[in-house]
Write a protein that binds this ligand. Sequence first.
Ligand code: C5P
Length: 222
Amino acid sequence: MSLKNNKIITIDGPSASGKGSLAKALAKELNFILLDSGLLYRAYSFCFDHSQNHSLAADLFSNLNIKSIDHEMHVFKNEKDITSILRNEDVAKSASELSSLKETRENLISFQRDLASDHGLVADGRDMGTVVFPDAGTKIFLVADVEVRAKRRFLELQNAGQEVNMRDLIDDIRLRDEADKDREISPLMPADDSIELNSSNLTPQEVLKIVLKIYKEKTKEV
Ligand code: C5P
């Protein structure tokens, strides 16, 4: 059996299952770096929209400045913070479409792996525990009912000043879940050694407490 890296925690799961807030809270609590891989897929799709070509998109992507501010990933293009633009639903849709392509995933994998260091990493996404960091010491697969997830996303987008319709949101989330699960490359699925957690009836604080306990137990094992 390969050696597990206790400095990596992976959080995978469908859209709006609470991965983002959990990953941020964990990174803060443990003083680890946060990898928001969904944001990278969104940034790549932003680059692809401007180029319609994978090699140009990879070039544009490498010119973005991606940095961590208060345990959150931010993307800058020519000094301008474009993170909130990347969070809108149109970008999510094109990121979801592009994420099924081999070229897209290949162009992003080394950037993600390079973030692993002695400093510790919390990696949030769909294939963190299965493909990107198979040696991670703690792997969580976070799920929640689709209505609960749509409500969370609705509030998030509303707070960001974006107009959304709850029915459309539920449909979009369902479609993206299916696309993520059914794609051939790096589909959304739990790693064999992951622990599944349903956050539907839990507060973010309760989820954090459970995951910290799991992490501490896992780190004791070695
Ligand atoms: O998590 P987020 O909604 O920001 O991700 C945007 C899209 O990027 C997802 O719908 C998913 O298709 C894709 N994605 C992926 N693999 C990851 C993270 C995100 O395919 N590790």
